[in-house]
Design a protein around this ligand. Structure first.
Ligand code: NAD
Ligand code: DAU
Length: 363
């Protein structure tokens, strides 16, 4: 069996569902169930003996020790993190606690347990650390895409905390011989993403008749990858990635934010037209920019393609259509995850942002 951390979040839940469907091996899923973790994402596995859910913190050393001893996983896949850049700007401490200290405590428990394994099990064991392209910083418009050799230049509390965790994972390999691999992936989208991130937030606001808040001039560029393709990449790296290596994962789909929002509006106009016949584009508003907003991310994933044969299977247009359909068909899930403290968050993040008209930004 494998131990997954953060498996009730967006990518973790997609990974657990895909893992049970494709590999069929048992999963112990350790998740603290913060605002971002939702058991309703895993409801399909409620009666499935291959899924064992444990509510808890990766920083709880005793709990992790007991889980390792009881379940004897052959691998740990580490997703658990605070993941939202805007939240890290409003309250960085939780990011340092979970992403840095939590990862450190998890590594220490895994190291102690790994050291006691029989030689064959010890040799086969893997710790896969799921990280982000944001550790590399920001690119200019004509710069080449990030390779694995690009220096770390994190610019937000979130990316700084993830960069720190990447360094810890690397150090635990070099110093203690822990068998680790790390993936650095670009922006994911798809089913089960909490509506605080760009794509689900825009779908949610559009359907509710609310403003579509585009930060700054809307020309920041992100590389988008369908979450199912990220899960496939992680499975492949877990299976055949070289120890101590990092692998970039990307979608070859660089898009300006405003273009993403336009595409979303056009899809919604087609699939769920507004009652008044107007386009959802009329709800777009330019608002005060995110502080320290990285301008462009782009991923060079040729190492993963060349060594392990992984490439994305879905292009952005097909993935986005599939995603919009999923949100339209799964409104009860959205209602469930936005029923708690969601309102307080949107007031904190968007209430103080003034509308900032930007000349020429609609072109
Ligand atoms: P998410 O915020 O949707 O989910 C995070 C999960 O971790 C939640 O279920 C939460 O309850 C859990 N968690 C948080 N703190 C915990 C703790 N202390 N102990 C145990 N569980 C805890 O995040 P996501 O978007 O699914 O991202 C998952 C991982 O992938 C993160 O490490 C993130 O940095 C990385 N990543 C995300 C993206 C993306 O576009 N979303 C891209 C690249 C890498
Ligand atoms: O690049 C990988 C990273 O992608 C992951 O490591 C992070 O966990 C994940 O949250 C994501 O970070 P971003 O900051 O790129 O994602 P987000 O969806 O928050 O924002 C995407 C872009 O859209 C970014 O340029 C900011 C902009 N944006 C976002 C929101 C929420 C807006 O213009 N308006 C918004 O309301």
């Amino acid at each position: 069996m494998i131990l997954v951390t953060g498996g009730a979040g967006f990518i973790g839940a997609n990974f657990v569902l895909d893992w049970i469907d494709t590999v069929g091996e048992q999963v112990v899923n350790l998740d603290k169930l913060t605002y971002a973790g939702n058991l309703s994402s895993l409801s399909r596995l409620a009666d499935d003996a291959r899924h064992c859910f444990v509510r808890g913190d990766i920083g709880d050393s005793q709990l992790v020790r007991e889980l390792l001893k009881t379940h004897k996983p052959r691998a740990v896949v580490h997703f658990a993190a605070e993941s939202h850049v805007d939240r890290s700007i409003h309250g960085p401490e939780a990011f340092l606690q979970t992403n840095i200290l939590g990862t450190f405590r998890l590594l220490e428990e895994v190291r102690a347990w790994h050291a006691m394994l029989e030689p064959a099990a010890r040799a086969a064991f893997r710790f896969l650390h799921v990280s982000t392209d944001e550790v590399y910083g920001s690119l200019g418009g004509d710069d080449p895409a990030f390779t694995e050799q690009h220096p770390f230049q994190p610019n937000s509390p979130y990316s700084a905390s993830k960069a720190a965790s990447d360094h810890l994972v690397r150090a635990w390999h070099h110093t203690y011989g822990l068998p680790v691999v790390t993936t650095n992936c670009s922006n994911n989208y798809g089913p089960l993403q909490f509506p605080e991130k760009l794509i689900p937030l825009m779908i949610h606001n559009a359907l509710a008749g609310r403003d579509l808040p585009v930060y700054g001039d809307g020309a920041n560029v992100r590389d988008w990858l369908y979450v199912g393709d990220h899960c496939a990449a992680i499975r492949r790296v877990l299976e055949a990635g070289r120890l101590g290596e990092t692998y970039n994962v990307g979608g070859n789909s660089e898009m300006r934010n405003l273009d993403v929002v336009h595409l979303l509006c056009d899809l919604l106009d087609e699939l769920r037209p507004r009652a008044d016949g107007a386009s959802y584009r009329s709800q777009i508003r330019f608002v005060t920019d995110r502080p320290g907003h990285d301008r462009r991310y782009a991923i060079d994933a040729r190492k993963l393609a060349g060594e392990l044969g992984w490439t994305p299977s879905l292009d952005f247009a097909s993935g986005l259509r599939r995603t919009v359909r999923w949100y339209l068909d799964n409104q009860p899930w959205v209602d469930d995850v936005t029923s708690g403290a969601y309102r307080g968050w949107t007031e904190l993040n968007y209430g103080a942002r003034s509308a900032a008209p930007v000349e020429g930004a609609h072109s």
